[in-house]
Ligand binder design. Structure first.
Ligand code: MG
Length: 383
């Protein structure tokens, strides 16, 4: 029996994780849940999964939930401390890190320091503090298991092969909902258009990041840290069908790919069951027609400037990736609020990166300091 805590239980990955868990009550038990402000859904999850500890973002919400639950069997916490308590909960064997954006960093680090294996969906954590997180994971002898579909694919394609056998990693990208638009059309992209992803159903933040391809840029940095492969050995190929989830090319010319229908429950289940596999019920068949046409094309930097920025950040390291991430969070938020145009998102991120004076980023304090500088600077550029 694996005991699981989920950070971000009411989000897209959190909900799908609980769906996988509900299929295997003999294998998995939920001990902790941390959510944001969705009290209603968290309450349903508490009733269905009976965790021992939960946390919400705000104190008022936590008080409200405590009153509604009345039984007092579950401990209700709140805030950053609450999320960290869920992450470090002694009963948990594995922590699913699925909060959105930079808010996931501290609780994820806390899980690793408490000796928990982490199923990582919150890629921003590795983007911001990859060296700190991987070092702590090594020190505490815990595994960071990828939930991101591309990295799960690479993890599976790597198997027991030694790192020195890798020629390069090939990350695939659907290209998002705006792949076929001209530069002119990109200027007039609406929020609905950008959110309408062709192959994956996801939360808002990651959907916008997929439309700009900043998400793929983050994934290059994520791959660098997860697999210890330098950015110049990581390629991005546009593959609109989202069937090949990524590949590893070896020095002997072999390429090993992982394929499946696009369904996040597959990489979630693998991260939870690793090193075993479980008979997942996806209520949908993988048919031969899904594999009828698979196309690949190199992703161009001129078409996707976000990718260029991310490679630069990956090469430079230090506080650069954290600054890129923070500026992106602010710009995406502004776009979702209708304050800026779609093409302004990457323009703002690029400008903030230009203004940034990079630090080595060896400590969390330094990274968080630059994170808040970048947020302030991005906000000033927007208004
Ligand atoms: Mg992905």
């Amino acid at each position: 029996m694996k005991r699981i805590s989920i950070l971000g239980s009411t989000g897209s990955i959190g909900r799908q994780t609980l769906e996988v868990i509900s299929q295997f009550p003999d294998r998995f038990r939920v001990v902790g849940l941390a959510a944001g402000r969705n009290i209603g859904l968290l309450k349903e999850q508490i009733i269905a999964f009976r965790p021992e500890v939960v946390s919400l973002k705000n104190k008022e919400d936590a008080n409200l939930l405590s009153k509604e639950l009345s039984t007092g069997k579950v401990k209700v916490l709140w805030g950053e401390d609450g999320a960290e308590a869920v992450a470090a909960y002694p009963e948990a064997d594995i922590v699913v890190s699925a909060m959105v954006g930079a808010s996931g960093l501290k609780p994820t680090l806390c899980a690793v320091k408490s000796g928990k294996n982490v199923a990582l969906a919150n890629k921003e954590t590795l983007v911001m503090a990859g060296s700190i997180l991987t070092e702590e994971a090594f020190k505490n002898r815990v595994n960071i298991l990828p939930v991101d579909s591309e990295h799960s694919a690479i993890f599976q394609a790597l198997g027991n092969n030694k790192r020195e056998f890798i020629k390069r990693l090939i990350l695939t990208a659907s290209g998002g909902p705006l792949l076929k638009l001209s530069e002119d059309q990109l200027n007039n992209v609406t929020i609905e258009m950008a959110l309408n992803h062709p192959t994956w159903k996801m939360g808002k933040k990651i959907s916008i990041d997929s439309a700009t391809l900043m998400n793929k840029g983050f994934e290059v940095i994520e791959a660098k840290w997860l697999f210890g492969v330098p950015p110049d050995k990581i390629s991005v190929w546009i593959h609109p069908q989202s069937i090949v989830h990524s590949m590893v090319e070896y020095i002997d010319g072999s390429i090993i790919a992982q394929m499946s229908i696009p369904d996040m429950r597959i990489p979630i289940a693998y991260a939870l069951s690793y090193p075993e596999r479980i008979p997942l019920n996806l209520n949908r068949e993988t048919s031969i027609s899904s594999f009828k046409e698979l196309t690949f094309e190199e992703a161009s930097f001129s078409r996707f400037p976000a990718l260029k920025l991310a490679y630069k950040a990956a090469e430079e390291g230090g506080t650069v990736p954290a600054v890129m991430n923070a500026a992106n969070e602010i710009a995406v938020e502004a776009f979702l609020q209708g304050k800026i145009r779609f093409t302004d998102i990457i323009r703002i991120v690029s400008k903030v990166m230009e203004l940034h004076r990079p630090l080595p980023g060896n400590t969390l304090e330094e990274i968080l300091e630059m994170d808040s500088w970048a947020r302030k600077t991005a906000k000033a550029l927007i208004s």
